[in-house]
Design a protein around this ligand. Sequence first.
Ligand code: SAM
Ligand code: SF4
Length: 363
Amino acid sequence: MNNTIPNILSNNNFTVTNIIRLLKSNDGDLKLLYNRAKEVKESIVGNKVYLRGLIEFSNICQKDCLYCGIRKSNTNAKRYFLSDEEIIQAAKFAFDQNYASIVLQSGEMSSPSFTERIDRLIKRIVKITGSEFGITLSCGEQNDSTYAKWFNSGANRYLIRIETSNEELYHKIHPRNGAHNFQKRIESLRVLKNIGYQVGTGVMVGLPGQTLSHIADDILFMKALDIDMCGIGPYIEHKETPLFEQRSTLMPLNARFELTLKVLAIIRIMMKDINIAASTALQSIDKLGREKAIQVAANVFMPNITPQSYRKNYNLYDNKPCIAESPVECQSCTVARINLANGKVAFGETGDSKHYITRKMIV
Ligand code: SAM
Ligand code: SF4
């Protein structure tokens, strides 16, 4: 038997079949998988956990992803856009607390007034925080010149989850129209990389219609794309979305959680030096979800620093955690959670992806 779990792990033999085998592992085999991921994590990225203050600055979205609670057609979503001053204050809070980086996340908008406004905000944030501060954008697909403009103004990381690397499945979870174009989303990742961003992507785990073979392909897709950062979370239903109708076909939440942890472990083993986020969605299934992700694979934590009154409206999925807390409460919770996971909070460190640093040295 060549494809025993110890053989796969010691030979680094990550074919689709072998990844599926790892995804199916249980008991002693699962322990081996987690132990190997922990070893890689410890030796390559260490136990530091980098902070990214997450500012969910707007839930206004021009898209209609069938899984997302803030999709355009959800008329029950109460829309908001933080004022410039609220965004700047949040960024300043992160800077003052020594987080060393932020993520600006929103629904997707592409109007000139939106792109100009983000550009002005990036410049103001750089002015306050200095050029060393990490600014990650997660504002959806934009045109090439907007990505370049934001980069030149001081943003240095960009996250676009591909959601699934399987085109057929992609079309089952998005409307079939020009606004939800699979090839354009992949192309965005290439453009961002060429511009010079640290580039992150990821998928949802446990989507309706998703198989282990799809997930194995997702992992190989990310490896082939040579990504710098990764954000993976379980898919969680939202009552007011079209995909909710397929809830009876889903695996139970705890199985989605376990499968997500396995995916993170495999990614850490295969893409040793990238940054991996402990996603908030993990915590909505298991109270210690983010700690478990840190123990196995993750080295990035995103404390929510969105002003408290807006949080309930950034309602991507049911039971989203950290809705009732303030940025200060999220800070003490963050430190406690990272300590509990035997991580070391890397205050004051931007935590650039090691993979990105190496990639830049080689070019
Ligand atoms: N609008 C931007 C975009 O889509 O790239 C960024 C914000 S979007 C809310 C961030 C991520 O939330 C998506 O990439 C998706 O993976 C995740 N998300 C949305 N709905 C979800 C759900 N029901 N369960 C889990 N994750 C979800
Ligand atoms: Fe909009 Fe992003 Fe939600 Fe899709 S996932 S509906 S682009 S906020």
